[in-house]
Design a protein around this ligand. Structure first.
Ligand SMILES: *Cc1c(COP(=O)(O)O)cnc(C)c1O
Ligand code: SF4
Length: 452
């Protein structure tokens, strides 16, 4: 008799999304009706960007100890505070410390851990691959255009924390808004690089590009004969879904770009960024209805975050819910080695286990690829494709035959998640250096032996 799949292991997913007026539990928004809440201008104008604003909005839900912890966090993070009312009211403020949505946007002082000795400001080496001030060209046929460094929300785990948003107590930055007059050299570079077929427009966040800029970038790129596909990257669908139902000018611009894409047989996509099922509501469904009408293809890229989405059940539900709304799960990134994020990172082992379980749990085209963006510029690598992994001290070695032939890149797991033995080794500098040197020698030999 053949084994039957056990239905109890994967219960049916509940695809009814929250239609309640959940924001009314927040004191300041008790009297805000759905029409007002659903207006992107209201969302922008009422975004919460400071501790006094948090207190004012929450009133008695803001306990003195929580506020003190948030203030302590702001002294340690490289990211500004900014939450849309939509995402702010998805947080369960009764138990804010444990809330996965809060954990992504509002770090608490009590959560921070010392940086890994190998943490890097620019872990995926974007600055080193700059072809123009706005374009990172690392891979042969695709490039990353960063026309803006501002976002409608700021995430603690941002991989571009070195440039995104304004300066903080621990990090000074020279950020830039979108200045269309400065992009000509970038368009010219792309025009003169016929191998570039794929352009990612990221930032910052494309949501803050004005309709005229969406049109300018979209139309200019699609009119370059050798560019075949463009994608706008925005967290908007996850944190301000009302943008896509209420900003008709922006949607008209996107529609125009999509129509040109259809006429040219070129793909226009929107890549968004949900990390948990808690961010998916009836507002998401409405946004996706509007977006679907434009013909844009929508995909999702998540970051694997400790205490937010690092369990198989959570990831499976998020994946299936996104798929049900025509948002195709694309990547699940191992957290980059940026500073001030030790409490949010997890290990290659956890990511690899998750990858193995998620494969086969739903349609292949809706299965996110779990990847490590190899620190130092190796690019995205399948999580199980490391050359060598020493789980005890939490170090893995990666090669990148296409982007960087012959080089080896190293990723370091967060020390606090290692075994006792591993943690002890990291407290003994000569010992850990010996062990790392041995690891690197073995990885180099193995990479040489398996080179193709
Ligand atoms: C991620 C990335 C891309 C796009 O890669 P895909 O695997 O096609 O999503 C392009 N350029 C850079 C520098 C990137 O980091
Ligand atoms: S939306 Fe993206 S670019 Fe902006 S802060 Fe968050 S992770 Fe960084």
């Amino acid at each position: 008799m053949s084994a039957q799949p056990t239905q109890t292991e994967q219960p049916a997913t509940n695809y009814s999304f929250d239609e309640s007026e959940f924001w009314r539990t927040i004191s300041a928004w008790r009297d805000v009706d759905a029409d007002t809440f659903g207006d992107f201008r209201w969302q922008q104008q009422n975004s919460v960007t400071s501790v006094p604003a948090i207190q004012e909005v929450l009133q008695d839900l803001a306990t003195p100890s929580l506020i003190a912890d948030i203030e302590a966090g702001l002294l340690k993070t490289p990211m500004n505070v900014r939450l849309t009312p939509y995402v702010f009211s998805l947080i369960n403020w009764e138990d804010a410390a444990a809330d996965p949505v809060r954990r992504q946007f509002l770090p608490l002082g009590s959560e921070f851990m010392p940086d890994h000795p190998h943490a890097m400001d620019d872990p995926i080496a974007e600055e080193g691959h700059k072809a123009t001030p706005f374009l990172t060209h690392r891979y042969p046929d695709k490039a990353l255009f960063l026309p803006i460094t501002l976002c409608p929300v700021y995430c603690s785990f941002c991989t571009r924390s070195r440039v995104v948003g304004g300066s903080t107590a621990v990090k000074s930055k020279s950020t830039y808004g979108a200045k269309s007059s400065e992009w000509d050299a970038t368009f010219e570079y792309i025009r003169n690089s016929p191998q570039l077929e794929d352009i990612v427009i990221s930032g910052g966040d494309s949501l803050l590009l004005r309709p005229g800029q969406i049109r300018q970038i979209g139309i200019t790129l699609l009119n370059i004969p050798t560019v075949r596909r463009i994608r706008f990257a925005t967290k908007g669908v996850a944190i301000m879904p009302m943008k896509f139902t209420s900003d008709t000018e922006w949607m008209d611009a996107l529609t125009e770009v999509c129509e040109l894409g259809q006429a040219r047989m070129k793909e226009v996509a929107l890549h968004t960024h949900f990390n948990t099922e808690l961010e998916i509501t009836a507002w998401t469904a409405s946004a996706m209805k509007s977006l679907s009408a434009t013909g844009v293809r929508v995909r999702n890229q998540s970051v694997l975050i400790h205490g937010v989405n690092d369990s198989f059940d959570h990831m499976r539900r998020t994946t299936k819910k996104l798929s049900s709304l025509l948002i195709q799960p694309y990547y699940l990134y191992l957290h980059d080695m940026v500073p001030s994020c030790e409490h949010l990172r997890t290990t290659v082992r956890v990511a690899e286990n998750l990858s193995q379980r998620i494969q086969g749990s739903t349609a292949g085209f809706n299965t996110p690829r779990v990847v490590c963006d190899a620190p130092g510029g190796g690019g995205k690598r399948e999580i199980s494709s490391y050359t060598l992994y020493d789980q005890e001290i939490g170090v893995s070695a990666w090669t990148s035959p296409t982007a960087k032939p012959g080089e080896i890149f190293y990723y370091y797991d967060p020390i606090h998640q290692l075994s006792n033995e591993g943690r002890t080794l990291w407290t003994n500098e000569p010992e850990i250096n010996r062990r790392l040197a041995k690891f690197k020698a073995e990885a180099t030999a193995k990479a040489e032996a398996t080179r193709f």
